[in-house]
Design a protein. Structure first.
Ligand SMILES: NC(=O)c1ccc[n+]([C@@H]2O[C@H](COP(=O)([O-])OP(=O)(O)OC[C@H]3O[C@@H](n4cnc5c(N)ncnc54)[C@H](O)[C@@H]3O)[C@@H](O)[C@H]2O)c1
Ligand SMILES: N[C@@H](CCO)C(=O)O
Ligand code: NA
Length: 430
């Protein structure tokens, strides 16, 4: 080990993740030094307020001037765990300009401006590592960026948001409504005071953009990802899923088209069969399937959130980046050479579960079936239950383009005999 040389690290942000990063850097200092090849020295911690005691962090390391910290010029690695787009973006760019490599957990920033960050890293000969940004502790970024770099990934499908998985799991197991389940997620500290990013699917969509970019070697931005959150999922949707032998999960799905020329990325709630491994992902856990031509199907599972699990991923990146710094090498930069077209949601191929309230009289089923046939959508199953001249009809389709399925629903709504389209949910995982 090179004890003359120290790896100087600056930490930006000392919240849930940052405080755990600082703690593990101290408690595992000897192992980290042995693995990197030089001792790690935490030279500064940027916080919003310095007054509060931070166990294990000497007070003289704390500063409220993050910009001055990243401009010191002697920092090897900046760890950014502030979150959000600004000031994180400016601080990371300044860190590169002053010779540091960067480890970040910031999916929102990467999904918004990843290419510019990569370009800045490239320009200054630095590393940009972000294993913690997707699925917390679960190694997923590095497998896609490195281990599977020789294969052709065709699909990434999984649960990448712990908060929403906790809420949906609670609704499924206890019959609770959405509001009640969200309240419990907030009380347990999974959901933040403002849970919008999680429940509206923004967090999962940012992760989907990052995963799609890595999987398909193509730039995919947050705006390219079709996004639906879980706020409209009702206890009755959950009950119909159960009746079909399914549960409801918020899924992120990134797929290469059948002809290989385009990709789609989407986040939405979907029914999945109880026998599917994703149905057994409970609480705030995450799980992601990666399907590749040579490798076949791989499953990654584990804690996708929380201070300590996320710090594990940050520290793994610190070791990788630290080794490169000492050896004067770099890890992989951006790989977006494939430049595949990112197709709209209408091109995604999926299945629908549609519940309709209809008039219970001759010819209604035929009318409904004609609309499906008119858009080339094949019906898998139909279930009807009649009562007092009205009937509830549940139609499950085979796979079809989302645009065709949406057109079917539009026409069904116009039929006089269809009183209400009570719910529409996609079905995945079969
Ligand atoms: N918590 C998780 O489970 C988790 C999992 C994966 C990724 N992440 C990501 O990690 C990052 C940090 O998340 P967190 O949960 O620790 O958030 P957090 O809110 O607990 O911590 C962020 C900290 O940054 C501080 N901060 C804000 N502006 C600052 C500034 N200008 N200078 C210095 N400090 C500043 C805040 O005071 C806060 O203490 C985010 O990008 C988040 O998306 C979090
Ligand atoms: N809010 C995120 C944190 C991890 O990225 C979640 O619930 O999964
Ligand atoms: Na990860």
């Amino acid at each position: 080990m090179n004890t003359e040389r120290k790896l100087k690290v600056a930490l930006l942000g000392c919240g849930s993740v940052g405080s755990e990063v600082a703690r593990i850097m101290t408690t595992h200092a000897d192992d980290l030094a042995a693995r990197i090849g030089a001792p790690v020295e935490l030279v500064g911690v940027a916080v919003r307020r310095t007054g509060r005691p931070r166990p294990g962090i000497p007070g003289d390391l704390l500063t409220t001037d993050a910009t001055a910290l990243v401009k010191r010029g002697d920092i090897d690695v900046v760890i950014e765990v502030i979150g959000g787009v600004e000031p994180a973006r400016g601080l990371i760019t300044t860190a590169f300009e002053h010779g540091a490599s960067v480890v970040t957990a910031n999916k929102a920033l990467l999904a918004e401006d990843g290419p510019a960050l990569y370009a800045a890293a490239e320009q200054h000969g630095a590393d940009l590592y972000y294993e913690a940004a997707v699925a917390g502790a679960i190694p997923l970024v590095r497998p896609l960026r490195e281990s599977l770099a020789g294969d052709r990934v065709n699909r990434v499908l999984g649960i990448v948001n712990g908060t929403t998985n906790f809420i949906l799991d609670k609704m499924d197991t206890s019959g609770a409504g959405y509001a009640e389940a969200l309240e419990e997620a907030t009380a347990l500290g999974y959901a933040e005071a403002d849970p919008t990013a999680d429940v509206e699917g923004f967090d999962a969509a940012a992760k989907a953009a990052i995963l799609a970019g890595l999987a398909f070697h193509t730039r995919v931005r947050l705006d390219d990802v079709h996004r639906e959150g879980i706020t409209e999922v009702s206890a009755s949707d959950m009950a119909s899923a159960r009746e079909m032998g399914c549960t409801v999960k918020l899924l992120a799905i990134c797929e290469r088209s059948a002809d290989g020329t385009s990709v789609t990325a989407r986040v939405h709630p979907a029914m999945i069969p109880l026998a599917h491994p994703l149905a057994s992902v409970h609480g705030a856990y995450n799980a992601v399937f990666v399907e590749a031509t040579a490798a076949g199907q791989l499953m990654f599972y584990g804690p996708g959130a929380g201070g300590s699990p996320t710090a594990s991923a940050v520290l793994g990146d610190l070791v990788a980046v630290g080794r490169h710094k000492l050896n004067g090498t770099r890890g992989p930069g951006e790989s977006a050479y494939a430049q595949l077209q990112v197709a709209p949601m209408g091109d995604a191929v999926t299945r629908y579960h549609i519940s309709l309230d209809v008039a219970d009289k001759p010819g209604v089923l035929a009318q409904v079936a004609t609309i499906f046939a008119g858009h080339d959508v094949s019906i898998d199953t139909v279930r009807q239950q009649g009562k007092d001249g009205e009937a509830s009809l549940v139609v499950v389709t085979h796979r079809a383009p989302d645009s065709a399925l949406r057109a079917v629903v539009g026409e069904l709504r116009k039929l006089d005999t269809v009183r209400d389209v009570a719910s529409i949910m996609r079905v995945e995982g079969e």
